[in-house]
Design a protein around this ligand. Structure first.
Ligand code: PLP
Length: 464
């Protein structure tokens, strides 16, 4: 039974007494959220309509009930990651503990910029980064920082790589990555003021992994041109098929050539957390830096990304400027000196609480479950009709075998619509000039019966 909130709520929580009206407001908001989750199974992944409430503030502020009603409209028009057919992207349902931690985080309103603005949370962030570094078998000198998304973690990693190699003033210096590496690398090149051709993309083999032979050749031709390479980016989980570049070989190659190895593990890095799944990212511990996105599979509410570096002092030497308007840190380094962001929220709180909620067993179940669903589904697809792109992770994309690119594009639009009518939401990536339908198995509510229906619709969609 939910409680109707009182109408004369104060806009700020009282610092002197427990405000029953605020309590009602939070309880009613929580009730509405729980109700929203409970309807996920019947509403489908996408809303039927998307109505917005009024945007501008009125002369007088709104009472609690009106605020909640406005919020409800936004909730009703939201994407629903908890629906079992929500399989399009790397956006799983959130862990319940991470929802609560996010609410508490907003209430605490601490600032990871500086220790005096977040005494316990600054410590927590350092401890969580160390725990991840240890789990990924990085050296004792390792550390990290949280960032608002993998794009930012990748950017920071490349800035650190360039600084550590001493190439800050060389706008022609190069980054090597595979053609399937994420678009965030192209953004980083622009932000870093590098030449447009500084991101050199190496073709992949039939498994979607960077070709080591071609990398060697491009490296020696780069030298012939008198240009420098400051980073190799290995992708541990490419965005369309979840391929993992050969991490051990790339680490040897980087060491031999004295080049920074960054692993973009936004998708796959998290598999290193469990013994049963760690082999899919074997060799990740040799990286100089790693991007991890617990938001993409573990169910940590967005945003949640970490940049780990093998030598934590590299973060400080790259980003620390001094904070002349802040008291010195208490023995450690301020969070604002470890990365690009200044003021930032304690995203680490929901990561920490989510991990504690799952426990080792829960983490393993989530990771293993995603891999199992991909394998099961792959086995159900009619491979005489559909060509599949996949890898060792939980992503799989398919396209009709015998169609030309134009017909495959039409098929992808039509089939996506048919699937949405059946409450399955897939994505429609383009890969090597051809459209695919992609399934991401990160949704723990998806059962084999859903995958049976999905595979059957896809198999029947190919009429030659
Ligand atoms: C491999 C890879 N790296 C980086 C990113 C960027 O992460 P974010 O969307 O959190 O910025 C993505 C996003 O999908 C990705 O697939």
């Amino acid at each position: 039974m939910h409680i109707r909130p009182a109408y004369s709520m104060e806009p700020f929580a009282s610092p002197h007494y427990l405000d029953p009206q605020l309590q009602c407001f939070l309880e009613e908001a929580s009730f509405r959220l729980c109700k929203w989750f409970s309807k996920a199974g019947t509403t489908g992944p996408l809303p039927a309509a998307c109505l917005l409430p009024e945007i501008e503030p009125l002369i007088d502020g709104l009472p609690a009930q009106a605020l909640l009603d406005d919020l409800q409209l936004i909730m009703d028009g939201a994407y629903q990651p908890s629906h079992p057919g929500a399989l399009a992207h790397l956006d799983p349902p959130p862990l319940t503990a991470s929802i609560v931690a996010d609410l508490i985080c907003a209430g605490l309103n601490n600032n990871l910029l500086a220790e005096e603005l977040s005494p316990s949370l600054s410590k927590l962030e350092r401890k969580i980064c160390s725990w991840f570094a240890e789990r990924l078998a990085l050296p004792k000198s390792a550390g990290g920082v949280a960032a608002s998304g993998g794009t930012l973690s990748n950017l920071m990693a490349l800035v650190v790589a360039r600084q550590s190699g001493g190439f800050q003033n060389d706008s022609s210096s190069v980054i090597f990555a595979s053609i399937d590496a994420h678009v965030s690398l192209a953004k980083a090149v622009r932000v870093m003021g590098l030449r447009e051709d500084s991101l050199q993309k190496i073709p992949t083999n039939k498994n979607g992994q960077i070709s080591l032979d071609l990398l060697e050749k491009r490296m020696s031709s780069l030298r012939d041109q008198g240009r420098n390479c400051f980073a190799i980016v290995a992708t541990a989980g490419t965005t369309v098929r979840g391929a993992v570049d050969p991490l051990e070989e790339l680490s040897e190659f980087s060491k031999k050539n004295n080049i920074w190895l960054h692993v973009d593990g936004a998708i796959g890095g998290i598999f290193a957390l469990s013994k049963t799944t760690a082999s899919v990212v074997q060799g990740i511990s040799n990286a100089n830096s790693i991007t991890l996105n617990p938001q993409k599979l573990l169910g940590i509410a967005k945003t949640s990304s970490l940049l780990l570096v093998a030598k934590s002092s590299d973060l400080v030497s790259t980003f620390a400027t001094g904070l002349p308007y802040i008291e010195p840190a208490w023995g450690e380094v301020h969070g604002g000196e470890l990365g690009l962001q200044g003021t930032r929220s304690a995203e680490v709180l929901k990561l920490w609480l989510g991990l504690r909620q799952l426990g080792e067993k829960g983490i393993e179940t989530l990771l293993e479950g995603a891999l199992q669903r991909r394998r099961y589904f792959q086995g159900k697809l009619d491979q005489s009709k559909l060509e599949c792109l996949t890898g060792p992770l939980h992503l799989i994309a398919c396209t009709p075998k015998d169609f030309d690119n134009c017909k495959a594009a039409e098929w992808s639009v039509m089939t996506k619509k048919i699937l949405l009518n059946q409450d399955f939401m897939l994505s429609r990536p383009i890969h090597s000039g051809r459209y695919y339908l992609k399934v991401v198995m990160g949704n723990p509510h998806t059962r084999n019966v859903h995958l049976d229906s999905l595979a059957s619709i896809l198999n029947q969609s190919v009429i030659r």
